[in-house]
Design a protein around this ligand. Structure first.
Ligand SMILES: Cc1ncc(C[n+]2csc(CCOP(=O)(O)OP(=O)(O)O)c2C)c(N)n1
Ligand SMILES: [Mg+2]
Length: 690
């Protein structure tokens, strides 16, 4: 046999061990996905044992390649390899598959199991994360080691992802793959498991295009390795796949798509090729027959030959040592010749915000400015101090105000346009009209560890990227989402473009902070706080329309630094407050206007600005009680559904809200028609007081 891999009997036995572990684990818990884990075992073993650079003893080593299992249901494909390579999983973790608290949950979870780089399960998403990781690798080298020859930087790495038919059908895969080709991501590999089976059986009932041709049309470097055609040993096909991967590395400016045609569950004796093996236990008889066919004792579960384990772990450790013997001296040399880069790296790797963040924040004088415009000025002011901050928009940069002036686009120079100059290490991202992929790319960048990405669209289209927002929160990625045009204040574009339920719909996601600043200075501090937060995502929600900029300081409004507390007394009442008006964003100015009218009528009224309920809720109870005194009547004002405001205004309080869709008209007309007027706030407050 053609054996460039030095594939030994122990390698073959390790692959079979992965297969029986997958079968046994699913059998034990009674549910899970054995089929693909069994058929993909040789491919996953090839990647982990012969291709990926990584160190099981140091799973977050900066010099490692990344692996994303986009077909997350096949988590056993990854767990078996993490076990064999020595990432810390033990035989006991097989028996605990999919049980509470185990290191082997149903789908891979970032930050939970050592060696898992990405939370996957929602099909297709992993591809967008992998694209982000591949972009991050280029960005990180650009930031820290731009002059190293290609492939020579300590920050150079490859990103590998395995996807299935489901991933290929999901729209996000198309969005992300199209972008990956535009970005010339030669460091990205996508291995597509073409087994033509999904849950309902043969995919041909819903899936008929030539997927490889589709990827060729995107501009990927495409290949095909057929594991079903004319082979007696899969080793030969594994060797062929290995050679394809090596050859791909010579193609440096196109991402690599390798279709592997397989039979789901092969070599199961009777069930190979049957969709029943996708997501159900195989049954004792089939598992026993598999074990017998592979030379294992059919009576023994979770059988791992010590020699096999020693071989796989020894190989992984030896490869890690070999890679580090090259990487570490290079890294030391890089550090000593780049003290500034090294200092930056030390800050980024620990995710410390820069010194001088606060000093760099612009201070806006009283006047008028849309918070989206203020946000753009803040980004420009921070550009020099926060080099790790980069991002862009889904084709709405001019409206979202997300471009840092004078910064080139992160784009191969050959794709420069009339409007944007491209640079491989640029800073402005162009996601195209692909909100879902944008979210996934941001998460992949954030997961890569060193830089801080932001991505923008209209708030109403946040729903096109909800899945990655949820995954960012679940994974603890500090992605920053910039959502402008935040209410019926959008105006003439009408109800399709006017968010109504969105604020509460995003506040409903655990672990996501939703910040809606009231004016330009709150916007500056919203950005500062978002950058201080390094373990979860933040959404900054901004107005299209101009908003007054409050005068701050002695005798005027409270300082905007208080934004970081999430809620604060913006403008105090004349005496002990009998009424508290709570508002966010554009409605804070309305509260201030109503306050003057109410005070003129002798009603002692406080205005509380509540830019971020999550930050406010995290304050000590004493602070919250001080800001929202129990004795006062409370009225919330927000141009969206009232949903959760009851928690803040209580049973005696009221909400000025919008419980229906908007309409196509001038923003001023809509606010007046829908009761967002000082007169209506006053009337609502009086009704509550009565
Ligand atoms: C977005 C999303 N929709 C639906 C599912 C439920 N689901 C899990 S696996 C699967 C079928 C996947 O088929 P394929 O990728 O071909 O995997 P294989 O059966 O070959 O392992 C589906 C529909 C999911 N995980 N994510
Ligand atoms: Mg399939």
């Amino acid at each position: 046999m053609n054996n460039p891999l030095l594939w030994t009997d122990l390698d073959a036995k390790a692959v079979d061990t992965a297969r029986i572990l997958a079968a046994d684990a699913v059998e034990k818990v009674g549910n899970g996905h054995p089929g693909t884990a069994i058929s993909l075992a040789p491919i996953a073993y090839l990647l982990y044992q012969k291709v990926l650079t990584g160190d099981p003893a140091d799973p977050t080593w900066v010099g490692r390649d990344r692996f994303v299992l986009s077909a997350g249901h096949s988590s056993l494909t990854q767990y078996t390899q993490l076990f064999l390579a020595g990432y810390g999983l033990g035989v006991e973790d097989w028996a605990a598959l999919r049980t509470f608290g185990s290191l082997t949950p149903g789908h891979p979870e970032f930050g939970h199991t050592a060696g898992v780089e990405c939370t996957t399960g929602p099909l297709g998403a992993g591809i967008s994360n992998a694209v982000g990781m591949a972009m991050a690798a280029r960005k990180e080298r650009g930031l820290l080691d731009p002059d190293a020859p290609a492939g020579e930087s300590v920050f150079d790495r490859y990103v590998y992802t395995i996807a299935g038919d489901g991933c290929m059908q999901e729209g996000v895969a198309s969005e992300a793959s199209s972008l990956a080709a535009t970005q010339d991501l030669g460091n990205l590999f996508l291995i597509y498991d073409d087994n033509r089976i999904s849950i309902e059986g043969e995919t041909k009932i819903a899936f008929s295009e030539d997927v490889q041709a589709r990827y060729a049309a995107y501009g990927w470097d495409t290949h095909h390795v057929d594991f079903t055609n004319g082979f007696t040993t899969y080793e030969e096909k594994v060797a062929e796949l290995y050679e394809v991967i090596q050859a791909c590395k010579q193609v440096t400016a196109r991402p690599h798509f390798i279709k592997v045609t397989t039979v789901i569950g092969w070599p199961l004796p009777t069930k190979a090729g049957d969709h029943s093996v996708h997501g159900a236990k195989l049954g004792a008889a089939e598992v026993a027959a598999l074990k017998t066919a592979l030379g294992f004792d059919p009576e023994v579960n979770f059988q791992v030959d010590a020699e096999v384990l020693a071989h796989a772990r020894g190989n992984a450790a030896a490869r890690a040592a070999e890679a580090k013997a090259i990487w570490t001296p290079k890294y030391q040399a890089w550090r000593s010749s780049n003290p500034e880069g090294a200092a930056l790296f030390d800050r980024l790797v620990t995710r410390r915000p820069p010194e001088g963040l606060e000093a760099a924040l612009p201070v806006f004088a009283p006047g008028k400015k849309a918070t989206r415009a203020a946000s753009g000025e803040v980004l420009n002011a921070l550009a020099g101090v926060v080099p790790e901050l980069w991002g862009g928009s889904a084709d709405l940069a001019g409206s979202n105000n997300t471009t840092m002036k004078g910064e080139p686009s992160f784009l191969p120079p050959g794709r420069s346009s009339h409007e944007f100059a491209g640079n491989l290490y640029g800073r402005t991202l162009h996601f195209g009209i692909r909100e879902h992929a944008m979210g996934g790319v941001l998460n992949g960048i954030a997961a890569s560890g060193l830089t801080r990405p932001y991505g923008a669209t209209f708030f109403v289209f946040a729903d096109y990227m909800r899945p990655p927002v949820r995954l960012a929160a679940l994974s603890g990625h500090p992605s920053i989402f910039v959502w402008t045009h935040d209410s019926v204040g959008v105006g003439e574009d009408g109800p399709t473009h006017q968010p109504v339920e969105h604020l509460w719909s995003y506040r409903a996601i655990p672990g996501l902070d939703v910040v809606r600043p009231a004016d330009a200075n709150e916007t500056a501090h919203a950005w500062a706080q978002a950058l201080r937060i390094t373990d979860h995502p933040v959404a900054i929600v901004l107005s299209r329309q101009d908003l007054p900029i409050f005068e701050r300081g002695e005798g005027a409004c409270a300082p905007a630094e208080l934004t970081a507390k999430g809620g604060y007394v913006l403008k105090e009442a004349s005496g002990e407050p009998t009424l508290v008006l709570l508002a966010t964003g554009s409605e804070v100015a309305l509260a201030v206007e109503a306050q003057a009218l109410l005070e003129a009528e002798g009603i002692s009224t406080r205005v509380v600005s509540m830019p971020c309920l999550e930050w406010f809720d995290a304050q000590p109870v004493e602070y919250r009680a001080e800001v929202l005194p129990a004795a006062a009547i409370k009225v919330s004002i927000e141009a969206g559904i009232a949903l959760g405001w009851r928690n803040y205004v209580g049973d005696r309080g009221r909400s000025v809200s919008l419980e229906h869709f908007g309409a196509s008209a001038a923003a001023t007309t809509l606010f007046a028609e829908y009761g967002f007027t000082a007169a209506n706030v006053v009337a609502t407050a009086k009704a509550a007081l009565a």
